[in-house]
Write a protein that binds this ligand. Structure first.
Ligand code: SAM
Length: 288
């Protein structure tokens, strides 16, 4: 059977099922075989792998994953897509389709059941409206993972990969880079999808660190410092932290910056992940 990555097959499937795309579910289906090959290669999917696909749509990427992986678990929220998926994936006996909202799935439990708790790969053309909660949810709930290789909005990919001192650098960059090493695999133009999205897209691979790149005494305190610093990006770090809803005084911040030999007028956007970790540890000590 011709694959759905052939635009004609996707168009015929739309007609056959009289399928109406739902904007609220971020439905933009891929119709480019080169992009699909690139995604599978970047994720490094092999016959040893169990892959979680978030939002299979018609099953376009699922067909590629089923051929490359040992097993695919595809979680789709839109119930009208389920009978379509059963037809487009009928040739594959290694795909499990789950009709559920991914944000409500206990993924760690699923990985335990399907892969004995060993690391899986996550591969998806993500619904852009929930990119951050999906990715941070996977990291923060400590799902065993090799890598997450996903299509996201281009600007979001750039923010995930950005370093200190750049305009894209922010809380998302630091949160992602704490857990994984980001690598932008390809930029993907709107004409690779039906319907065409109003924004540019990019494939990004996030390779989970085996060991965290930095040590920090209180992870959640460090992230509250990071969020406060970037909530008021144009202010100095000192002012953002003191007015950021965290229980710290100006004197404590001044002292911490001095101890770290940072300028009192430094902005949060200049600090590396290591420096945020150090600041967090110093402030933790003086809050005691
Ligand atoms: N993988 C398909 C492709 O590349 O052609 C479709 C990708 S489309 C960008 C995003 C898919 O995610 C849609 O099928 C949409 O219905 C599904 N989706 C949206 N929100 C979801 C959620 N909360 N849980 C699971 N799937 C969701």
């Amino acid at each position: 059977m011709e694959k759905l990555s052939n635009p004609q097959v996707t168009i015929e499937t739309i007609k056959k099922y009289d399928f109406a795309f739902q904007k609220k579910f971020g439905q933009n289906f891929l119709i480019d075989s080169h992009v699909l090959d690139k995604i599978i290669a970047a994720a490094g999917v092999t016959k040893e792998d169990v892959v979680l696909e978030i939002g299979p749509g018609f099953g376009t990427m699922t067909q590629y994953l089923a051929e490359a992986a040992k097993e695919v678990i595809a979680v789709e929220i839109d119930k009208t897509l389920i009978p379509i998926l059963h037809e487009t994936l009928a040739d594959y006996d290694n795909v499990t389709i789950i009709n559920e909202d991914i944000l409500k799935v206990d993924i760690a439990k699923l990985v335990e059941e399907k892969n004995g708790g060993k690391p899986i790969k996550v591969v998806a053309n993500l619904p852009y409206y929930i990119t951050t909660p999906i990715i941070m949810g996977l990291f923060e709930s400590h799902v065993p993972l090799d890598n997450i290789t996903v299509m996201v909005q281009k600007e979001v990919a750039q923010r995930m990969q950005a370093g200190p001192g750049t305009k894209d650098y922010g809380a998302l960059s630091l949160a992602v880079q704490f857990y994984a090493e980001p690598y932008i695999v390809a930029n993907v133009p709107p004409n690779c999808f039906i319907p065409r999205p109003g924004v540019g897209s990019a494939v990004i691979r996030l390779t989970k660190w085996e060991n965290p790149p930095i040590a920090v005494k209180d992870e959640s305190f460090m992230f509250s410092l990071i969020r406060a610093s970037f909530n008021q990006r144009r202010k100095t770090l000192q002012n953002s932290l003191v007015n950021g809803g965290i229980q710290i005084t100006k004197e404590q911040v001044v002292e911490a910056l001095e101890q770290m030999e940072l300028s009192p007028t430094v902005r949060g956007e200049a600090l590396t992940l290591e420096e945020f970790a150090q600041l967090s540890d110093v402030l933790c000590e003086c809050r005691k």
